[in-house]
Structure formats: C-alpha cells, structure tokens
Design a protein around this ligand. Structure first.
Ligand code: AHM
Ligand code: MG
Length: 341
C-alpha cells in the first residue's frame, strides 16, 4: 500500500468515531425497544435550544441584550434580558414537542401546562429548567449555563404543581449546557454521563466523552467565601481544615461552570446556609437535583447535610431552596465529617 493509499484508508476509518448528540440519543433509544421516542424528541428540543441560546450569549453585547429588564422573577431577583430570551427559547422549542406535558422554569412562578389530555398509552414528561444560570456573569463575559431536569408526569396528581413535586431520584434524565470558551452539553439518562461539544463550523454537538467518572478526590473547594462568617460552624471548621491541608479555592459564581470543573478535575462545590438565606441559595428542582444526578451518575456524591442525599429530598415547592454539597466522593465526605463533628 502506498503512503497516499494508507492516508485515505486512515481518513476513511476516522469518521466512524464521530457521534453527534442526535445520533447518541437515537443509539440510547434503540436500547429500549419499548421507547416511544418522546424523550428523544425532548432531548433534541433541548439541543436546539442550547444552540440558539449559545448564539445569543455570544452576541449579547453586540445585540445590546446585556443588563436587566427592570423586572424581578419569582425569587425577587432582577431578570437579565438574556434570562428572559433564554426562557422564551426553551418554552417555544419544548412547546412543540408532543411528549411535554408541563414545563417549570426558574423564571415562571407557576409551572406552565402545555398539554392536559393524556393520549392513551403515551408517556408524558415534565421538563424543569434554569434557562440561564449565573446570568450576572454575562456582563463581564463570564461563563453561564442552562440546567434541566426531566421527570415522568405523575398521572395521579391533581394539579400541575403537584405532579412535578417529585424527588430527584425520580428524574429520567438531567443535564446542563455550559456556555464557556466552548459550548458543552453534559447529559445523563441514568446510564452514566456523556459529554458533547458544539462544533461551531457545523452547528452540531459532537460526543467527546462517554461514561465520565469524577476523580475520587482533589484538593479544591468551590464556595462563596465572602459569606464565610455567616456559614454554620461546621463549614467554617471544614474551611480551616482544608486551608491547613493545602487546598485551593476556585469559584466562578456560576454553578454550571463550577460543577463542570469539579466533574472533570475533582473537588467539592458548596452553597451552604447563610444567615440571610437559611436554606442556601440554590433551587432544589432545577439546580441541585439535576446536578446531583449527574455527579452521582459520574460516581460522586450530592448532599444537603451529612447522610442526607439531595436526590432524596421530597419537594414541597417548585422553587424551594436547599443547601448543596456535591463533588468527588472523598471531598464530600470531608465536608460531611466536619459538619457532623
Ligand atoms: P441564578 O440562578 O439567579 O443565576 O443564581 C444561581 C447562581 C449559581 O450559578 C451560583 O452558584 C450562585 O448563584 C452564586 O451565588 P453567589 O453570588 O451568592 O455566590
Ligand atoms: Mg440558577
């Protein structure tokens, strides 16, 4: 074989390795002969939403959509213009998918009911999301993200709110999109964690890692240390211990970016209770639960307190907040040991 022939042969072999998010979803669906395809359609709506939001994020200053719209969301927080745009994109793309019964967003006070009728035998889902997490980072060209959680609609529940109030352990799928130096889509459907990067030349998410495993330990913690004096004492004891043991501190201030770093490099992310926010700041249903599912699927841990998994919390409100400790199993154990002592 000539050198030219072997080059052609090599280039014929390599393309077989390219798997788009779309192809990945179909591969996964094929593993379940009873699947209706409804979940695949929802994931594809999330994929197109991610591309649209990424395009807006990239042009934010040029399109003059930075800053606030002058209104507050249900949490009493200022809405950024891009929060509203990202929310609208998700509502509209998911709205076109037959399998979505209910959507619930950080930006909407009540869940939005898209379809009430139950098609005989067809599965319906609830999709919960934080459309643009960490959006105040946008003003300084920092990383932001989208987080989503997918639950089966509970047929027995009397109303929309009640049917989405399920434990995180009931999630069918969860994921996030990080709009950083590249756009990354991280997904779990309960069979491990897979990662995709948006190729801007072709407009497709390409699979770059399968079955991600979080490092068991890494001397790094991620927390807003400015709040340290108002953390419960156990957290302060942990921080003293970590600093005595040579830990580094890394905090972007956007959960998606902080958790993504920890998923790949290890460490622990925390948003503890503070005097001002006794349950912490992060929302259970569309921030803590999906991130905890991803981290657990990658071999990590996610707790609200020693011995209490995030995924076991029974929600009583769509926007309820919980303390969050998640990351490498050994690092979460160190935090829990200090909280329990
Ligand atoms: P948001 O959903 O309103 O953007 O708030 C959530 C964000 C998280 O991404 C991040 O971890 C946290 O708020 C940062 O809060 P703080 O500035 O108090 O450290
Ligand atoms: Mg958020």
């Amino acid at each position: 074989m000539t050198a030219a022939e072997s080059l052609v042969r090599e280039s014929l072999v390599r393309p077989a390795d390219i798997v788009t998010l779309q192809a990945h979803i179909l591969q996964q669906q094929a593993r379940y002969p009873e699947a209706t395809g409804a979940l695949s359609w929802i994931l594809s709506a999330l994929s197109i939403s991610a591309k649209m939001i990424a395009a807006h994020v990239r042009r934010a200053r040029l399109d003059d959509v930075l800053g606030t719209v002058g209104t507050q969301n249900v949490q009493g927080e200022q809405q950024q213009k891009l929060d509203v745009i990202a929310n609208e994109i998700l509502l509209r793309t998911l709205g076109g998918r037959e399998g979505v019964a209910i959507v619930a967003s950080e930006e909407n006070e009540e869940p939005v009911i898209l379809r009430t009728e139950e098609d005989a035998g067809e599965r319906k889902y609830c999709v919960l999301f934080d459309p643009l997490d960490g959006s105040s980072n946008l003003d300084v060209c920092g990383s932001v993200g989208t987080i989503f959680s997918i639950l089966r609609k509970d047929h027995r529940s009397p109303d929309a709110s009640a049917s989405v109030l399920q434990c995180g352990s009931q999630q069918v799928a969860a994921g996030y999109v990080l709009y950083g130096s590249s756009t990354v889509f991280v997904l779990t459907i309960g069979l491990g964690v897979d990662m995709f990067v948006l190729d801007p030349n072709y407009g497709a998410f390409i699979r770059v890692a399968q079955g991600l495993k979080i490092p068991a330990a890494h001397k790094s913690y991620s927390v807003n240390e400015g709040n340290r004096r108002s953390f419960p004492e156990g957290y302060q004891r942990y921080l003293d211990w970590a600093q005595e043991h040579g830990y580094s501190s890394r905090y972007v201030g956007a959960m998606v970016a902080d958790v993504h770093r920890i998923l790949l490099k290890g460490g622990v992310f925390m948003y503890p209770p503070t005097r001002k926010a006794p349950n912490g700041k992060l929302r259970l249903m569309y921030e803590a639960n999906p991130m905890a599912m991803i981290v657990e699927q990658a071999g990590g841990k996610g707790l609200i307190a020693p011995g209490q998994r995030i995924l076991d919390v029974q929600p009583d409100d769509i926007h309820q907040r919980v303390p969050v400790i998640l990351g490498s199993p050994e690092e979460v154990d160190h935090v829990a040991a200090h909280l329990a002592s």
